[in-house]
Design a protein around this ligand. Sequence first.
Ligand code: PLP
Length: 299
Amino acid sequence: MAEGIAFIDGEYVPASEAKISIFDVGFTRGDAVYDTVSVWKGLFFRLDDHVGRFFRSCAGMRLTCPHAPAELKQILAGCVHRAGLESAYVQMIVTRGRFLDLAERDPRRCQNKFIGFALPYIWIFSPRRQEAGVHVVIAGTRRTPAEAIDPRVKNFNWMDLERGLLEALDRGADTAVLCTPAGYLTEGPGFNLFVVKDRELLTPRRNVLEGITRRTVFDLAAELGVPGREVDLTPESLREADEALLSSTAGGIMPVSRVDGRPLGTGTPGPLSSRLRALYWEKREAGWLGTPVKDLLAT
Ligand code: PLP
């Protein structure tokens, strides 16, 4: 277990010691929402956007976060500070919690539970892998339809994403993109997807998490004068794209170099993807949309 600090049951503890009950409904039924925000060189990125989305996720699943936003931010900063981390992967979670009586079935009677933690920054794909480009497959496993679980609610129901990931690893790739039951591209385990076609950035419009990095890709593209749109994308549009990239808090903007075992374009990160990736890190280094951890600490 990496070093890090968690906040659980009202206390800061080493992350490796933070535990929940085997009867917590977040564990037994995947009934939990979360959000992940990053800290780079002492600055949270788009913290209010993440906290806003977290509270919308809670509302979407009728879960109650016991801490108001200002207090929540203070707790998260407390985790980062106590862990002594300059750059961190920070998570906030509300699980349904436990039934007081185990024979109970009414989720409204559970006491919702908040957990936060800060770990050293996590890359879903290492910088080295990003420089070579990520290998993706289009999974046979379908993404859970939005009519069943609203993907805009960031949640722990990851069985479809995990199945897709296992499929990708079995096929020798790094990760998978899943389609809707109707066959349109959505997203993958921990990231949104963009394709570049004729100097335009396109991203799936349905059945996806409204990623904060996805929004950031649009912002950076606008700065470069590149138009972006949300559309329905078929698997063919990815296989035949000029470029593709993945976006996530855990890794930033990550170029794709192979799809379904074949080189995408030249088989190396495309020029626009590489430019966006460089700009993302340049701007983060310069403190763009950052909130200093130290400004949030309880006095
Ligand atoms: N889609 C899914 C399913 C995710 O789990 C994530 C992040 O964990 C993303 C997209 C990317 O969202 P963000 O850019 O806010 O990290």
